[in-house]
Design a protein around this ligand. Structure first.
Ligand code: THU
Length: 158
């Protein structure tokens, strides 16, 4: 896990973070008014993003990370190595980073084992002045995943 700056990120990671920032504006967030955007790069090179989508039954909320992962999957991309996440809220300081919730970490663990990669998660504050990069294994140590069930996921690896 490391703290870094936008300038020190690779060009690829900068592009992902910029796409996540743009996606944040697409949030459906009437309840929390909290904006979150996430973006990943498909093997084709295309950047696929998502934003949070809330629900009057609060527990039904879909976070930006899961929205990006499911959207990518539906578009034919189930494997990736990096995801950027950024968010802002009226009551959250612009300097605080957004890190994936527990459910999203579990979902990222599925993607990591499916991708045969320890996915890198770039977490940013809305002003992009605080950035932390960590792997999913750091965010979800001793996580449970398809490997625990002995799954052979090769036919999904695209
Ligand atoms: N949210 C995300 O989209 N991703 C996260 O990592 C944390 C939380 C959303 C869910 C909800 O719409 C709002 O932020 C407040 O919890």
């Amino acid at each position: 896990m490391k703290r870094t700056s936008f300038a020190k990120l690779s060009r690829q990671s900068q592009e992902l973070l910029e796409a996540a920032r743009a996606a944040m504006e697409g949030a459906y967030n009437p309840y929390s008014k909290f904006f979150v955007g996430a973006a990943l790069r498909a093997s084709s090179g295309e950047i696929i993003s998502g934003s949070n989508f809330e629900n009057a039954s609060y527990s039904v909320v879909v976070c930006a990370e899961r929205s990006a992962i499911v959207r990518a999957s539906a578009m034919g991309c189930k494997t990736f190595s990096r995801i950027a996440v950024i968010g802002r809220g009226a009551r959250s300081p612009s300097k605080s980073i957004v890190s994936p919730c527990g459910v999203c970490r579990q979902m990222l663990m599925e993607s990591a084992q499916l991708s045969n990669r320890n996915i890198e998660v770039i977490m940013s504050s809305s002003d992009m002045k605080s950035i932390v990069v960590a792997t999913i294994r750091e965010l979800l140590p001793l996580g449970f995943g398809p490997h625990n069930l002995g799954m052979d996921l090769r036919r999904f690896q695209r």
